[in-house]
Ligand binder design. Sequence first.
Ligand code: CU
Length: 534
Amino acid sequence: MARPALFFSLAASATALWASASSAPVSLTKFVDSLPIPKRILLNGLKGAGPFELTVPISQFQAQIHRDLPATTEWGYDGSSPGPTIEVERGQTVRIHWLNKLPATHLFPTPKGADAIKPDVRAVTHLHGAKVTQTDITDRLHDNDGWPDAWTVSGQEQIAEYPNDQSARTLWYHDHAMGETGRNVAAGLAGLYEIHDAYERSLNLPSGAYEIPLEISAKAINADGSLSYTSDIGNEFYGNAIAVNGKLWPYLEVEPRKYRFRIVNISNARSYGMKLLDTTDHSAGPAFYQIGSDGGFLATPAVLNDPTDPSAPRLILAPAERADVVIDFSKYAGKTFLLQNNSRDIGEVEQSLPEVMLFKVGPSVSAPDTSSSPSQMQSIQRMNPADASVTRQVIFDQMTMPDGTIMLTMNGKSWMDPIVERPVLGATEVWELANTLTDTHPFHIHGVEFQVLDRRLFDVQAYLATGKINYLAPAVVPAQNEMGWKDVVRVLPQMVTRIIMKFSPYPGYYVYHCHILEHEDMDMMRPFQIVPGP
Ligand SMILES: [Cu+2]
């Protein structure tokens, strides 16, 4: 039985499901602040396997997010939003004390429909993409994955141990408290986490000052500089402004050479379709060589935004997706490029915010560029559906309740319903993610990584009438930059998206959910358990 507290009223807003929760447009001069680089915590500089202890306070503070705004009150980790980039070496065990020092009152009003029984301010941190054990979901002192109901209140800490036994990749940490994730992340609770290894170093990629994170978030800014958030549970939060690394519409001065960018969509609901445009003549800027995605390096770079190919794909990132990208500015000294977002082209329904940030290419390099842009990386063994012992379906659907309210569901179940999926440790399974709705839902699963097999159009009306999936077209293989290891996949409307994954190496309790945070908060999230083998 679903909880009435998490319903939202269609009567209050006839298009509530798809409505933008934007504030009024803000009139701010763009590209006046330089891109900040979040503080780095270099645990990989420590010798040995650990465990290394780190305390990260979660608190409220003020920050200058635009030159012409008064200081903005926000939430963050270790005094900043985004929080510090935590860097570790593969195999180095890290134990983080996520110390809740948040105030008693939330930064944003309690949304209509929120669960009034729980404390209004509660937090729990999840390291997105990390493989951790999670065998006791009631013990916040051993809450490695950040169980959504195992939140802390001010003065308490969550202790999470990360074995980091994963190849080099970009992870990110963010709040995951059930019913609160959207509001807490919109307040600023997100940050990057990088695993490094010897293979990554052997690639001789641009590094140091030439390896830059771009954490893209949508914010709703009021004229006085304060932040706001959607007032109804269920309204996707699109905001009215774009921040990169916490600054609104920043610029970055680059040298005419190669750079490595770790681009992460930390937005609640907004997807981006990005390319570079010359600000003078609107010609296409340098190509993106995407060398990695959610789960580390691709086998070969995907060339996006190739200026010589008008049909070249742009970089699409749904919430929580990551792209590791090399951009070579060496032929573009003196030029300025806009990182342009054309999300409408990728089926987004919200009001588009077409500008993200600027890259200003300087006249010369400060030292010769000796870094590499690899044409090939380690091969990735494609998983075979014939090796799957179980095939499951996850139906993305909505339910109209007797009182007329609508709830988004997976398999018609809510967060509180008992666990259904109990894959056996070590088993390989195919999951068919069938979207009966009219918008894209980015699916994320904890504890494992997967490969995307294909997407295939199906007859939604026939499915709703009979419960059977009839395909209407041949399966479509994923794009090249979706051929690596993933932990988020765009589940497109009217399509079945098939993924394959091996449930290892740890048993425990985990969750899968839509990564539109307002959907996750209103029950597009389910628990599952990886059970030890017989
Ligand atoms: Cu969704």
